[in-house]
Structures are given as structure tokens and as C-alpha cells.
Design a protein around this ligand. Structure first.
Ligand code: LFR
Length: 477
């Protein structure tokens, strides 16, 4: 039996989980959960990286002795080190406004077609390439480390770039499976900034003596690179039985798509803004970001409404298809007064704004389900991959109303769970690196299936209602 610590950092909370993996066993226990979120400091939105580091150490201390440690987090964000290995400033949050209109500027140097041909990445205004262009590199910067690589560096002193997360920077060549020196040159980025790539499953190193002392862990404890992009880890834990599945990794974002063996770099894929992010074992996550539960979380924050179950019960009773929004509209990206932005969005699209919290939540969830439907249909057509089942994994898999609306909208059975998918994927990749016989993703997924209960939602209602809703929001696009 292997005992490993999975550090899993999400945009609204972080956790240290203890994973136990053995023959037919996959246990996950939460050791420590802590707050995470944007911190506005003067004119910039930051992550509180030292709080995350400190909380990670607290969790590792409470975990007791483990065979290894692995870290995953959201993507695209980074810290910069100087030549002495010191962090140059607090990492900036991808929702910060410094990237506003930067994409357009970069596209004057490298066309969207060229960028896609090399990276296969969806255009999101906060991709690492645009963040770097926005900040104009500080002269002292010597090394760029993505968030999990930065925390791994602080644990071990070792520098590297885990591949799944590197693939989200838009500086990574998805076919050559290397950093793109061509793109770095074109945007004036020194290649030396980008550390050597490492694979999920590689050992970064062992704990630094000071870390071992602080946590009480053995100094010989290895830190193992996992699918350090949380979405890569969560897709590892999709409990699919065969290839004909789609997934929604449902949390602050909803990552909606397919798992493929090779990238799809066609004009249709680019025009529909699908991404080809690198997965564990060389798979491709062919997906699109849908705004996700972020809008709901921001509504709750503004209302001071913590009681989600009650809000969802009321939303389930609210009239269907009353008001619909495009959840991916740019005005929903930055933190702020979401209820007001929804009202404004409704007025601008000629709809009477929702009149209650329940109606607002209903509008958000139906609109998300509609965006899922559209994304999945496009993904299947563009990748030429039919699917029989839709797996919803992550925190959002607990939202019964959203799962049912998703099944209805997509016309597919939804299998919901596991909730802690990214932590499970993190644990599984560590266990394999430590020698557990989990030869491939199929074996890992079979273990998740055997040890986790899933909830099934059958599509209900009238498909024609969703057809009509789709053309209301997206026209015939
Ligand atoms: C989900 C996620 C998405 C990424 C977004 C920003 O947590 O990692 O995959 O697009 O956060 O990094």
C-alpha cells in the first residue's frame, strides 16, 4: 500500500489530501483545506503565494509520514526567479486586467493561425504568453516557474517545467512536444527563462532539509511531478470504461471536451476556439473553457449567501428558460458584482433581467448547460468522435440541478463523480511512479470506478426547448 500526499490548489480553496493506493484500494482523506482567492493590492490582482506555501506545509505536517508528495494547481500563472533563485514579486492572478487588449497586440507579431498551428491552444486573454507580454519582462528575471513548479522548487530546490502545465502557456509546441523557440524569439522572450520539461511521474527531488524539519517528514521523501495542471489530473480520474466519453471538469471553470491521442489543429478547431492541452501519458485534452461556477460563486459572494443548497432548491422551482446569458461573455471574467453584470447583459440582449436570486441562479445554470451542449456538439463534430456518456467530475458534480440540466441540454446520460477528481489523479500518478501496478490510464480509471460511487442522470424534458434556447443565445452561429 502506498501513502501519498496530494496538494491540490483550486482558485477558491486549496487542500492537502492523503491518498492510499493498493490492490483494489483508492482512499482519499482530506487533511487540510484552506482559503485561496484573488488579493487586490493597489491596482493589481495577486495570488497570496506565501499563504499557499505556508498552508501546504501545514497540511504536509498534519499528513504524517508519506511515501511521496505531488502538487497540482490551476494553469497559466507563474512566478519569476532572479539569478539567486529569489521570487520577483507575488504571482499575478490570471483575472487581473493587465492583459486587457494585449492579445490583439501580440497577434500583430504572430498571427492567430500561426499561434494555433504551433501550440494548438485556445485563445484566452490570460494565457501565459499574453501575461508575459503585458508585464514586459523584468530584467532580473532568469527563470519562469508555473505555480506547482514554483512550490515544488521551494520544497526541493529543483527547477523544471512539468509538461501538462507547460502546455497551457501558449509557448509550447504541441507536436514537437518542446518549448517553442520560434515563438519565444518572435515575442522577444529569452529561451533560458523556460526551464527543462519534466514528465508527470518524474521525481523532482527530495525535500530540502529545512522543509523536512518543519514538516516532520523524512528528508528522503520524494516530490513527484503529477499532471500538475489540475485539469490534467482530474481527467486522469474520469471513471470512463471506454473511449466513447466526454467530460466536464466542473469547478470554478468548466472544462468541457474529449480526450484524444493527437491534437486537432484544423481551421474549424481554431475558429471554434478549442484547445489541445497536454494530458498525462501523452494524451490531448481537446476542450474549451466555459466560465463555470465562477459566476455563481461571485453572485453568492455579492449576496453574502452561503447556503447553496437552499439557493439551488429555489432555483429548481424557478420557471425554466426565462432568461439566458452567454456565460463566456468577457464581462463575466473579472471579479465583481455579477448579479449587476447579469442584469446589464440581459438588458443589452433585450431580456427582462431576473427578478430574484432563485431566477438569477436558474439563469446561470441553464446558460451553463446550454454552453456545455454547444461545446460538446462542436467537439464531437470537429474531432469526429461520437460519445455515449458525459462524465461530470470535480466539485460541480455535486450540483444536482446543474447535472440534470446538463443531461437534458446535452441529450446524454451524465455520470457524476468523483468530486475530488484532481486530487485522485494526482494520487494515482504518484502511486504509479512509486511502483503500484497501474500501467495505463485504463487501469487508473478502473480503480476509480471500482472505489467510487457515481450518480447517473438521464436526459429529461423536450430536446426542442434546448434547440430553441440555443438559437436564442447563439443565433444560428
Ligand atoms: C481550472 C483551470 C483551467 C484553466 C484555468 C486557469 O482550474 O486550471 O484548466 O484554464 O484554471 O488557469
Amino acid at each position: 500500500m502506498k501513502r501519498v500526499a496530494a496538494v491540490d490548489l483550486g482558485a477558491s480553496s486549496g487542500r492537502v489530501m492523503l491518498g492510499e493506493v493498493g490492490d483494489g484500494v483508492l482512499n482519499l482523506t482530506e487533511i487540510h483545506r484552506f482559503w485561496n482567492g484573488p488579493v487586490q493590492l493597489r491596482d493589481t490582482l495577486h495570488w497570496d503565494i506565501l499563504h499557499l506555501y505556508h498552508s501546504m506545509l501545514e497540511g504536509l505536517t498534519q499528513a504524517g509520514s508519506v511515501d511521496s508528495v505531488g502538487i497540482d494547481s490551476w494553469a497559466v500563472d507563474y512566478g519569476l526567479l532572479d539569478s539567486a533563485g529569489h521570487l520577483l514579486g507575488n504571482p499575478i492572478h490570471y483575472r487581473d486586467s493587465r492583459t486587457d487588449a494585449v492579445m490583439e497586440k501580440v497577434l500583430e507579431t504572430v498571427s492567430a493561425e500561426e499561434l494555433y498551428a504551433i501550440t494548438g491552444l485556445q485563445q484566452l486573454p490570460f494565457n501565459t504568453i499574453y501575461q508575459l507580454a503585458a508585464e514586459g519582462l523584468r530584467k532580473q528575471a532568469e527563470t519562469l516557474l508555473m505555480i506547482p513548479d514554483l512550490l515544488g522548487y521551494w520544497l526541493t530546490g529543483e527547477i523544471g517545467a512539468e509538461r501538462t502545465n507547460a502546455s497551457t502557456t501558449q509557448l509550447y509546441d504541441v507536436r514537437a512536444r518542446e518549448w517553442s523557440s520560434e515563438l519565444a524569439r518572435r515575442i522577444g522572450l529569452p529561451m533560458e527563462l523556460l526551464p527543462p520539461l519534466r514528465e508527470p511521474g518524474d521525481v523532482l527531488g527530495t525535500l530540502l532539509p529545512a522543509v523536512a524539519e518543519e514538516t516532520g517528514l523524512a528528508a528522503t521523501t520524494p516530490v513527484i511531478a503529477v499532471g500538475s495542471h489540475d485539469t490534467a489530473s482530474s481527467v486522469v480520474a474520469v471513471p470512463a470504461a471506454d473511449e466513447r466519453f466526454a467530460y466536464i471538469s466542473s469547478g470554478t471553470w468548466s472544462l468541457v471536451g474529449l480526450e484524444l491521442d493527437a491534437p486537432v489543429l484544423s481551421a474549424e478547431a481554431r475558429e471554434a476556439n478549442f484547445t489541445n492541452e497536454g494530458g498525462v501519458d501523452g494524451r490531448i485534452r481537446f476542450l474549451r473553457n466555459v466560465m463555470g461556477l465562477w459566476i455563481l460563486q461571485e453572485c453568492q459572494r455579492i449576496w453574502g449567501a452561503d447556503d447553496l443548497p437552499t439557493l439551488l432548491r429555489d432555483a429548481a422551482d424557478a420557471p425554466p428558460f426565462a432568461v439566458l446569458i452567454d456565460p463566456d461573455a468577457p464581462e463575466f471574467l473579472a471579479p465583481g458584482n455579477m448579479p449587476r453584470r447579469i442584469e446589464e447583459h440581459c438588458r443589452a440582449s433585450g431580456q427582462e433581467p431576473p427578478q430574484s436570486q432563485a431566477a438569477t441562479i436558474r439563469c446561470v445554470l441553464e446558460s451553463l448547460a446550454l454552453a456545455y451542449r454547444r461545446t460538446l456538439r462542436q467537439a464531437q463534430t470537429i474531432a469526429d468522435r461520437p460519445v455515449d456518456v458525459l462524465h461530470v467530475i470535480g466539485g460541480g458534480s455535486q450540483n444536482e440541478l446543474l447535472c440534470q440540466l446538463t443531461a437534458d441540454a446535452c441529450g446524454l446520460p451524465v455520470l457524476a463523480g468523483p468530486v475530488e477528481a484532481s486530487a485522485l489523479g494526482n494520487v494515482l500518478v504518484q502511486a504509479r511512479a512509486l511502483g503500484e501496478p497501474l500501467p495505463d490510464l485504463g487501469a487508473m480509471r478502473a480503480l476509480v470506478r471500482a472505489t467510487h460511487q457515481l450518480r447517473r442522470y438521464e436526459p429529461q424534458g423536450k430536446p426542442a426547448d434546448w434547440d430553441a434556447a440555443e438559437s436564442r443565445v447563439f443565433g444560428t452561429r
